[in-house]
Write a new protein. Sequence first.
Length: 469
Amino acid sequence: MRSLKEKIAYGFGDMSSSMFWKIFSYYLPFFYSNIFGLSLVDAGVLVLVTRIWDAVSDPMMGIIADRTNTRWGKYRPYLLWVAPFFSIAGILLFTTPDLSYGGKLVWAYVTYIIMMTVYTGINVPYGAMLGVMTDDTNEKTVFSSFRMFFAYGGSFISLFLWEPLTNMTGGYNTPKGWFWAMFIIAAACFVMFIVCFMMTREHLKTVSTVSVGSDFKALLTNKPWWLLIGAALCFNLFNTVRGATVAYFFQDIIGANVSLVFFGLVFAFYAGLFLGVGEVSNMVGVASCVPISNKLGKKTTFIMVNASLVVLSIAFYFIPCTPSGYWTMLVFQVLISILTGIMSPLVWSMYADVSDYAELEFHTASTGLIFSSSSMAQKFGGAIGGAAVLWLLDSFGYITDPQLLTAGVAQPDGALDCLRWLMSFIPALVAFVSMCIVWFYPLTTERINRINVELKKLRNYSFNEESDD
């Protein structure tokens, strides 16, 4: 068993990544359309193109990491090498230059592509580390749970503090406020990646005996990988659609200056609070993942969670915008987020199982390539979800022109209905598709246990052969 210190340190890595990722997913579309000054259509194309590039680059990084050999291991060195560029790229992403519309569009493309490339350069090796930190399938779920617990903790901090930080450093509706808020977040993320590097180790040595072409061939014939890719893409699409809609939903459905009373205390009900409550609830779900998946099995847990998400998402549509309705929205946010919290470490642990399956079935130690595919699915889901939200709002006539909004022009009814659907029926459909895909996933608990037994024999044999030489 690995030490508690190492599991906590491993969690710091995704705490850093998630602080950036949630801001990108939930606030960047709003930043581009309402702060930076891009049209909804241009912002949607930008999000789609850059994240598709980001997704395509993931397998490339996985191959590079799989074939890296240093005294620190294969994957861990990238935490040290890329961390400074990670923080700098984030700051540039939220910088608004004084340029023409065309110049700003070019700036947005360049900085977003750089950010996503750097994100791949550090996050793919970080994810692949899970495959070489332990050979115990249950401990992989524990490591993954620590990872996601800290990830959601970081997300809560960044989302809950984002609007107050922007207000403190220049104003929520000003480029200056968004720049300095990201500067503060970026500095914290740099420190956390360095801590993760210093306090973790790669305990397993895996060596691929096949070519890059064979690695890809094995990947493309790996049925569990294909099914998990589809399910993970839908899971991230679910999260991105809901998350990217929240800022618009609060601005135009709930409105500003809404307060809730709790035991005599009055507090503002705003997007950051709603999202922050979700992140804390995610942490509860992460803590529940290990006992639930150990009892039910990973596949059954995945299916049951998604079925629950379908029901809750549909019910969200019928919640009224009244004081009691706002409390009900918070309760639903808690329940939905607990379920997605269970899903997050579960998916990463299932990717580790797919990696073990590939090593036994195809004799290829392509951990980085396989884990990069999970990141690829995440980013494709984010790309499609983020772009779809912007394009759907544009197609229903959503107004972003500051002059019209200042003059008191109301959003059309179609745009408001679209926002309600983006928080309810559309995520429900995505969760249903994800549930159907995993129904055919073949790596049951019994099969994984058999794979682990065979792999231990194979790894011990290879180690003894190497020692004899």
